[in-house]
Design a protein around this ligand. Structure first.
Ligand code: THU
Length: 161
């Protein structure tokens, strides 16, 4: 029998003031995107900003649908958009800003399982980790070093070859 510990160090910043200029800018792009979310059913607004190795930033927000499962989370909108508009360019970081329309979220909301799986594909494809920053309407920011850290024992293309 062997025991393995699968864990990571979560970095916690008290506010955006503790972030680097680049991360602060990326989070502000995520917040801006959040303002444009189409979320009439849940009232939960999410924005995601993807920083590429080229320096370009691609942003997206959640897009809901009267047929609920047809909607898509902000993270996947942003990452798929990055993949479509900037194919082959490495993703360095993703900032996520989330808040309810009525009740402001004061803690970071982590990406859902489907988004973790979708982003893992890009991390695995590029062979370099994607940093993830997340924040509520304001307050603390969580930083994760990679998507794999958020999805231990993840399923990827290597199982299919
Ligand atoms: N949502 C996201 O955009 N990202 C997440 O990681 C969690 C959930 C969206 C989906 C839906 O439009 C709303 O938030 C409520 O679940």
């Amino acid at each position: 029998m062997e025991k393995q510990h699968l864990g990571f160090d979560l970095m916690i910043y008290e506010s955006v003031d503790e972030l680097s200029m680049d991360d602060r800018e990326l989070m502000s792009r995520a917040r801006e995107a959040r303002d444009g979310a189409y979320a009439p059913y849940s009232g939960f607004h999410v924005g995601a900003a993807v920083l590429l190795a080229s320096g370009d930033v691609v942003a997206g927000n959640n897009q809901e649908n009267a047929s609920f499962p047809s909607g898509l989370c902000a993270e996947r909108v942003a990452v798929f958009y990055a993949g479509a508009a900037h194919p082959g360019i490495r993703i360095l970081s993703i900032a996520i800003s989330a808040s309810g329309r009525v009740r402001e979220l004061s803690i970071p909301a982590a990406p859902c399982g489907n988004c973790r799986q979708a982003i893992l594909e890009y991390e695995q494809k590029q062979g370099y980790p994607i940093r993830i920053l997340m924040q509520g309407a304001q307050g603390k920011i969580y930083e994760c070093p990679s998507v794999a850290s958020l999805l231990p024992l993840g399923f990827d293309g290597s199982f299919l070859t």
